[in-house]
Design a protein around this ligand. Structure first.
Ligand code: FUB
Length: 688
């Protein structure tokens, strides 16, 4: 993705992002609270930003909220900003303290709960904003909720409709909400907030406050915040980020995600242990939510994926969760792959693999713009990775495309993982020879270390959902993305099956045997001088190129390329070589094409001329004799060049041509014209 596009993305209110962890890829998105409304998952995160001048540079900084939704946990839509610090009547418009929020639905309204810095004084209030839709617009209440001093609100609506609010402030507290969802139900007590010594909660000392609710009993010692309460069957769960490590001796252990269970929404709680261990890096916080969607439970959490050296810029992730029969939760492990199924036709990021050989590594594509994501390196022959859950059903007539780079010529395969076998033993879907250095004839190149987009035909197409494996078969290769594309409708040629064809009414020859394109790095067609073309067209690219009578499906070797002949009938008067390359080649622009067809005449046909047009330059041979050369940078024009007078002999005639093109849409058209310039049509054409 280029920078201009990335900027555009930031401006658009609604956009779709693809699967894998992190799930939100256009902005930082921490503290993800996931909710299911109307059959979709909505994620309400805090929106970390880089602190503007004047703000503490090493602290949390959030000025607004966005909401994201997904129907399949694969494609995420950013619905844009739903609330800004400037639109909170009681808030400091420059507070930058819009920490972890929540959103629930009750009686036709969506209630959005959020912490924010008040206009006056220090600390946090918790506000409520309401909307008729989960994506807003949200209207903010004039005052924060009385009696709730702290951060990280979470609301649980019980089966009987009673709502409870939980928050973090002097431990984890919980309280009943009134039916209006905007006030605590119960007495408020005057309290003084102690200064919390923990580096994470650097809340300044404050005057006494009126506080409601009660401390949640039964939770373990140690710093806790970010309560997320939910009900599953008859069990209530209170989950929370928790520092279990030893904080003595200046140590700074980071947060786990832990939980407790109870038979009642406000406890007392029975502590059960951790759901997720500490991050394996120095990201100090974790913050989460658990939600059931289509019968499966998920844990949403965060990690500083796009900000490795700054743990206050975080990104939302998701993993599956399994409950034991007794209601306890199995430990969840962080993955790069996350959840969700990728349609094969979307860009797949293999750097988010689930399994790989030990030598595989990932790196940012661009360390100055980390939102461009990662690349993966398979450093040597034998390296492999596995990326699960690709849905091949959208691939109907496909080929594979990969963005890769290498320092030496190499080869890698895309395979399907075969259950019960070594990952690298699966069936080959596509082979990618990658030539970055070439010394062939007039064409030399050195594309070492540059990203190249390669295409390859499918040797085998998996069906349904299966796991994809990439294996390195030569020197190392880096891969940015993989995608399967369907053959474009523009390639209007079908396999030549009928016994023999006729020229069309205009005399155009539409049945051809085409060889998959030979890769050529021609950057500009101005090179197509007579001398240059003679050099190219007289070179032996493959064995017996001027004498062999190729068969449909036959393979020839051209340097590192194994190219197949295809017998095809064009639906148009011209043969669309560019579209052919798109379908069968590993390079669309910069290609050399070979074509052969057989012309069978009942009688000799004398005094005819071959009339051809091509994009770009081409050469034509009849029965082994050169009859026409179209040189220079040409567009395809009917009858652009004419041969001298010729005779089509009785029986079989062999017409060959070669077309070379650089940055253009290659094609050709050809026919025979008689002495009056009329199309010759009294012969048949075959490819056998
Ligand atoms: O995002 C700011 C704060 O960091 C949250 O409110 C806490 O739960 C922690 O994740």
């Amino acid at each position: 993705m280029n920078k201009r596009f990335a900027t555009l993305l930031l401006l658009l209110p609604t956009m779709v992002l693809q699967a894998q962890n992190p799930i939100i890829r256009d902005i930082y998105a921490a503290d993800p609270t996931a909710r299911v409304f109307n059959g979709k998952v909505y994620v309400y995160p805090s929106h970390d930003i880089l602190p503007p001048e004047g703000q503490r540079q090493d602290w949390f900084c959030m000025a607004d909220y966005h909401v994201f939704s997904s129907e399949n946990l694969t494609d995420w839509t950013d619905h844009g900003m739903i609330l800004s610090q400037e639109n909170v009547p009681w808030g400091n418009p420059e507070g930058y303290s819009m920490w972890a929020p929540d959103c629930v639905y009750k009686d036709g309204k969506y209630f959005f709960y959020f912490p924010n810095a008040p206009k006056e004084g220090r600390g946090f209030g918790i506000g409520v904003a309401t909307a008729d839709s989960p994506v807003g617009p949200f209207t903010c209440e004039p005052e924060p909720i009385k009696g709730v001093m702290g951060i990280d609100p979470c609301v649980l609506i019980d089966n009987d409709g009673q709502a409870y609010i939980y928050w973090s402030g002097m431990g984890i507290r919980g309280a009943k909400l009134k039916a209006n969802m905007k006030e605590l139900d119960g007495e408020l007590t005057e309290m003084r907030f102690p200064r919390n010594g923990n580096a994470q909660a650097q809340m300044p000392e404050m005057p006494p406050m009126l506080v409601g609710g009660q401390v949640m009993e039964g939770l373990p010692e140690g710093f806790k915040e970010g309560p997320f309460a939910f009900r599953r069957g008859d069990w209530y769960y209170l989950s929370f980020p928790w520092v279990r490590g030893d904080t003595s001796n200046g140590q700074n252990p980071t947060e786990t995600l832990a939980y407790a269970m109870s038979r009642s929404p406000l406890g007392p709680w029975d502590f059960k242990g951790i759901i997720m261990a500490e991050h394996d890096n120095t990201c100090w916080t974790n913050h989460h939510s658990l939600v059931e969607f289509n019968g499966q439970w998920y844990l949403f959490y965060h990690r500083n994926d796009y900000s490795p050296r700054d743990d206050k810029r975080r990104s939302a992730r998701v993993e599956k969760v399994t409950f034991n029969a007794d209601g306890t939760i199995q430990e969840v492990f962080q993955t790069q792959r996350g959840v969700g199924i990728n349609p094969a036709t979307s860009q797949i990021q293999p750097d988010r693999y689930s399994e790989a050989s030990d030598d595989v590594t990932t790196a940012y594509v661009d360390t100055l713009d980390r939102f461009r994501g990662w690349q993966v390196s398979l450093p040597q022959k034998g390296s492999w990775l596995c990326y699960p859950d690709i849905d091949y059903s959208p691939v109907t007539d496909g080929y594979a495309v990969v963005c890769a780079k290498a320092n030496d010529n190499t080869e890698f395969f895309i395979r399907e993982r075969t259950a019960g076998k070594q990952p690298n033993a699966g069936r080959i879907i596509a082979r990618f020879p990658l030539t970055v250095k070439s010394e062939n004839g007039p064409f030399r190149r050195d594309m070492s270390g540059q990203w190249i987009t390669l295409t390859a035909p499918l040797e085998y197409q998996p069906t349904g959902v299966s796991d994809l494996v990439i294996t390195c078969e030569g020197p190392g290769v880096d891969i940015d993305w993989v995608q399967f594309k369907n053959r474009p409708a523009y390639f209007t040629a079908t396999p030549a099956t009928a016994p023999a064809a006729q020229p069309d009414e205009q005399g155009y020859i539409r049945r051809w045997m085409l060889l998959e394109p030979i890769r050529q790095d021609v950057r500009s067609n101005i090179v197509f001088t007579n001398t240059y073309l003679r050099d190219v067209f007289s070179k032996t690219w493959f064995k017996d190129q001027m004498t062999a009578l190729p068969k449909d499906g036959q393979v020839v070797k051209v340097d590192d390329q194994k190219l197949r002949w295809h017998a095809l009938d064009s639906e148009n008067y011209n043969m669309k070589l560019f579209r052919f390359a798109e379908k069968f080649g590993d390079q669309t622009y910069g290609s050399l094409f070979w074509a052969v067809t057989y012309i069978d005449c009942d009688e000799p046909i004398t005094d005819v001329r071959l009339a051809a047009g091509s994009n770009g330059a081409s050469i034509w041979w009849l029965n082994g004799q050169e009859v026409l050369l179209l040189e220079g940078d040409r567009r395809m024009v009917e009858d652009d060049g004419m041969s001298p007078r010729l005779t089509l002999q009785k029986g079989r005639n062999i017409l060959r041509c070669a077309v070379i093109n650089g940055p253009g849409l290659s094609d050709f058209c050809v026919r025979f014209l008689d002495a009056q310039g009329k199309p010759v049509t009294n012969y048949s054409i075959s490819t056998k």
